[in-house]
Design a protein around this ligand. Sequence first.
Ligand code: NAP
Length: 268
Amino acid sequence: MKFKIVSRGDERSNKLKATMKQYLIDFDLVYAKEDPDLVISVGGDGTFLEAFHRYAHRLESTAFIGVHTGHLGFYADWVPDEVEKLIIEIAKTPFQTVEYPLLEVIIRAKTGGTEDRYLALNEAMIKTADGSSVVFDVEIKGEHFETFRGDGICISTPSGSTAYNKALGGAILHPSLEAIQITENASINNRIFRTIGSPLILPKHHTCFLKPMVDSSFLIQIDHFTKNYQNVKSIQCRVAQERVRFARFKQFPFWNRVRDSFVAEEDR
Ligand code: NAP
């Protein structure tokens, strides 16, 4: 089996990466940058996002696992003390996997017929480049839903619902649900502009279009990276056909991760 380790780059993560790499090579696994079967991220959830995007072009043949060298992560849920146990489990291949849904975002230009497609593991956040309000017609399943005016709109995956989405008052969705969630960032609500105000959860195959009403320049943040777009005709969002696969060597139910990250006391 081929593997690759992506480190956050700090001393602790680099050391752990070197140790894991040597152990796995000793077990006759092959270190492969281009076509790994297993990608191990060492760092935090941010490192995991980076690892995911590095190999997002070959999701069908890649499984991911995260070891955290900081606080408990949602994607990075193994601790450094468990690494020897993890290595032995990995060496016993084949391993079990679980799959989570992803968000597909397609940005189409007003002129030139160009489009860019992205997959997001957490979310897409759309804001204006100059800090002014975004004004969008929001279309859901081919019907006009509302005209949004405000700081921005966040469209998240179920596994990303504990990230930016949560800070915007969105619900936490179990990743077994094939859905995306739309949350508002400071919508303007008065006699002229009116939005639903609540987060919306769309099932698979319900596509959402954001169509700019005024400015067509945006900052579009996909997980950990931001792109500046001009000349935008529409931003299309839906549940992606592709899914992310996590290698599973132990039970760590999603709700336990939510509890341990947001509710449990430090010493539990
Ligand atoms: P960052 O601004 O350095 O860190 C954002 C924080 O979000 C980190 O603590 C990260 O955990 C955590 N995080 C990432 N994915 C998560 C998830 N699915 N559930 C719970 N927490 C999660 O940015 P970054 O490390 O490059 O990560 C980019 C992500 O930051 C974006 O996808 C967005 O969700 C999030 N973000 C959140 C806010 C907010 O909550 N107001 C604002 C901007 C961005 P680690 O420390 O383990 O890496």
